[in-house]
Design a protein around this ligand. Structure first.
Ligand code: GAP
Length: 491
């Protein structure tokens, strides 16, 4: 498994992810997506939206605002419950989550070895004096304050006056934008249960201990679905909410595998009773084997009718559904598959990373799914001194760019250009050479063919330039390289 340091360094070097405000020393736990990172992120969001919103007859989309009425957060329980217990070191002033403090290595000045300083692995005792951690794990000297509850929402002010009446929050989840629009969508789209509303957008949490690159940040993006079901119905002999919960868990696991995550690196974690959020009847996390170990990639919760009932109570509006068959008004139950875009991106990168040996040399390759790769096709001239080759290469790139992300590069020899594209996951490279355009000095006619190289097998095939757009389209739509190659060989 690739280390986090290797990924962080690759991401910076190759323009995926930069530290936010780096020239000013960086902003804690905020990251900027560079030219390749934004392509990868947009493609993850695009396939998620296509697969879960556009292609399903039971789904619609929404894009709610980040700033909402402050009462939303009172009703949702975030003002009162969205807290983590924190402790502070009285000496070095570092702040920790009280419930995670034993999960980090700790500094210890050991009395049994004349006060020598040791770094002791998380949760373990000193092997010399058997002491367990009681002081600050970072400085090893300061007493810790008793735990205090710390609300994770970012407060801000709406309008020009900074007073209590104008306080609002940056949304800590996109979900509430969906709940408060439930009736708008129901009425305008004439939906029948079960149906879902999907949304992708930014969320903000003032995490006490952010870290591990883009795994836990204070500004991140979520891809969330609220799937409304009739709690009085049964499907396959089971209550509809329980049936749909399992269906969504299976669909989400299959989705991550479809885009490249290995089954061995995915597992489910069922929340124990005391772990459940205040609104949840059951929550299952999809965990991924990140470079930091098994951790949450997404959560799939049964939020029951909690949110709709709360918003009905606090807003005074009716948020019910009329069941024509039973002639009754009811409050739907909600199944919520909620994934982090940034965590998905980190998982796709980690799973795709390979170091291979090719003819005695190390090759770093990102085996990203072709639909996710930041660059779909790199179009490369074999001789940059020949104007006709360069012109043809630019023309091909321009044509391909109408259907996918295509780049031109002539800044190195071809072998090095291939390696650079492998390292950022480009599934196909196209080269234009002398045969493509011909050589009038030597009396050689143009064959108008180009070479396509496959990233994973490194095989090459030569096809007519006029067929390139079709072949690239087929490959990006999922046709196997071996089938394309066999078709070309068969003429
Ligand atoms: N609406 C439900 C909800 O927000 P959550 O488990 O708190 O549930 C859902 O968040 C997903 O959002 C997580 O599984 C994770 O992928 C992502 N996420 C949450 N907090 C994050 C953070 N601080 N940084 C990056 N991603 C985060």
């Amino acid at each position: 498994m690739v280390t986090m340091d290797t990924l962080v360094s690759l991401c910076k070097r190759r323009g995926f992810i930069f530290q936010s405000s780096e020239i000013y020393g960086g902003t804690g736990s905020c990251w900027d997506y560079g030219p390749l990172g934004v392509e990868l992120k947009n493609k993850i969001k695009h396939v998620w939206w296509r697969d879960f919103v556009q292609q399903r007859a039971d789904m619609v989309g929404l894009d709610a605002s980040i700033l909402m009425h402050p009462t939303v957060w009172k009703a949702s329980g975030h003002v009162d419950h969205f807290t983590d217990p924190m402790v502070d070191c009285r000496e070095c002033r570092h702040r920790f989550r009280a419930d995670q403090i034993d999960e980090i290595p700790w500094i210890h000045y050991c009395a049994a070895t004349k006060g020598n300083k040791f770094t002791i692995p998380a949760g373990e005792a000193c092997s010399h004096c058997q002491a367990r951690r009681s002081l600050c794990p970072d400085c090893g000297k300061g007493e810790l304050t008793p735990p205090r509850q710390f609300n994770l929402m970012f407060k801000t002010f709406m309008g020009p006056v900074e007073e209590d009446a104008s306080v609002t929050y940056l949304r800590p989840e996109t979900a509430q934008g969906i709940f408060v629009n439930f009736d708008n969508v129901l009425q305008s789209m004439r939906r029948k249960l079960p149906f879902g509303i999907g949304q992708i957008g930014k969320a903000f949490r003032n995490e006490i201990t952010p870290g591990n690159f883009i795994f836990r940040t204070r500004e991140f993006e979520q891809m969330e679905i609220e799937y409304f079901v009739n709690p009085h119905e049964t499907v396959d002999g089971r209550p509809a909410d329980e049936y749909w919960h399992d269906r969504w868990i299976a669909d989400c696991l299959a989705w991550f595998q479809r885009y490249g995550l290995q089954a061995d690196n995915l597992r489910l974690h069922e929340h124990a009773r005391d772990e459940l959020a205040h609104y949840s009847k059951r929550t299952a996390d999809v965990q991924y084997r990140f470079p930091i170990g098994w951790s949450e990639l997404m959560g799939i919760a049964n939020r029951t009718d909690f949110d709709l009932k709360q918003h009905a109570k606090w807003s005074g509006k009716t948020l019910t559904y009329f069941d024509e068959e039973r002639k009754e008004h009811l409050v739907p139950f909600v199944i919520e598959p909620s994934a982090g875009v940034d965590r998905a991106l980190l998982a796709f990168l980690a799973d795709a990373y390979r170091e291979e040996e090719v003819r005695g040399e190390k090759r770093v390759v990102l085996r990203l799914h072709p639909e996710l790769a930041p660059v779909s096709v790199a179009v490369l001239p074999l001789l940059k001194k020949r104007d006709d080759i360069v012109r043809k290469t630019h023309a091909i790139r321009e044509e391909l760019s109408r259907q996918c992300t295509a780049v031109y590069d002539d800044t190195a020899a071809i072998g090095r250009l291939y390696r650079r594209q492998d390292e950022v996951g480009t599934p196909y490279c196209v080269t234009v050479d002398v045969q493509t355009v011909g050589d009038t000095d030597k009396g050689e006619r143009a064959d108008d063919k180009v070479t396509i190289r496959d990233r994973d097998s490194m095989e090459q095939i030569r096809i007519a330039a006029s067929r390139l757009a079709t072949v690239v389209g087929e490959l990006l739509a999922g046709k196997r390289w071996a089938d394309v190659a066999a078709g070309v060989a068969a003429g």
